[in-house]
Design a protein around this ligand. Structure first.
Ligand SMILES: Nc1nc2c(ncn2[C@@H]2O[C@H](COP(=O)(O)OP(=O)(O)OP(=O)(O)O)[C@@H](O)[C@H]2O)c(=O)[nH]1
Ligand SMILES: [Mg+2]
Length: 252
């Protein structure tokens, strides 16, 4: 397996990277990638980064405005929490991160979409290229939870049928994240996820709860699908159930 070089740094709506609809100039996603849609660039990206990778995937963060998509990405990429005033994402943005999954360098190109309704048509253009979707709601905001069904309808309409999907209940009350009151019970999230057959866990971009796990689990599933190694047994939901940390330490 030849090793490629990852483009480094923060992306942006003005300069999308390899594979974005805008970069191809067609406004439409391409489906020409080999290995079940896995991105294997024909040559290393022009970049000063020393991060090589073997396979690359696109992961999209979706959900209502304010649920914490940008914060989740920043927590995962930089290990920090964006405190202070809320700056709503305009259009779409991306960051890259290379993970070592069982000896394979997996590059995730993570697209952070704007949750605001007025940017919905921008987001639609990116769905078809996504290998995985992390769908977020905010456990302190009931409307964001009620809107999950509408998001799922949208996903079924615009995303690939075999897209890897995971539901995340963010802002979960956890040791370092107890600023807001929970209004969506964990059991409600579990029930909804079960109903739609998608893996689920609660996260906190603020405390870091399960953030690494959410992206690692998706990377493992995508790598598993692309290598199709029959000796390797992997089930996303089982992995998540085994690895996830619960918020129970803070429950009163
Ligand atoms: N307490 C708590 N606050 C969070 C968490 N994640 C995000 N926030 C706060 O929620 C607000 C919205 O976070 P963003 O990450 O910007 O939300 P977003 O989903 O990217 O919103 P859009 O870009 O408009 O779609 C910010 O004020 C964050 O500080 C979390 O895990 N816990
Ligand atoms: Mg945002």
């Amino acid at each position: 397996m030849s090793r490629k070089k990852a483009a480094k740094g923060k992306g942006g709506s003005s300069s999308p990277s390899v594979g974005s609809p805008t970069a191809k100039g067609t406004g439409k996603a391409s489906r020409s990638s080999p290995m079940n849609g896995v991105v294997h660039p024909s040559r290393p990206s022009v970049s000063s980064s020393s991060e090589f990778y073997d396979i690359a995937f696109k992961v999209m963060l979706v959900g209502d405005s304010g649920v914490g998509k940008t914060c989740l990405l920043v927590r995962f990429k930089d290990g920090a929490f964006l405190a202070g005033s809320f700056i709503s994402t305009v259009g779409i943005d991306f960051r890259n991160k290379v993970l070592n999954i069982d000896g394979v360098k997996v590059k995730l190109q993570i697209w952070d979409t704007a949750g605001q309704e007025r940017f919905r048509s921008v987001t639609h253009a990116y769905y078809r290229d996504a290998h995985a979707l992390l769908l977020l709601y905010d456990v302190t905001n009931k409307t964001s939870f009620d809107n999950i069904q509408a998001w799922l309808t949208e996903i079924h309409e615009y995303a690939q049928q075999d897209v890897v999907l995971m539901l995340l209940g963010n802002k979960a009350r956890h040791c370092a994240d107890a600023t807001h009151e929970r209004v969506v019970k964990r059991e409600d999230g579990e029930r909804l996820a079960k109903e739609f057959g998608v893996p689920f866990m609660e996260t906190s971009a603020r405390s870091g709860l399960n953030v690494e796990l959410a992206f690692t689990a998706v990377a493992k599933e995508l790598k598993h699908r692309s290598t199709k190694d029959p000796s390797e047994k992997f089930t996303l939901q089982e992995y998540v159930n085994k690895e996830m940390k619960s918020t129970s330490c803070c429950r009163s």
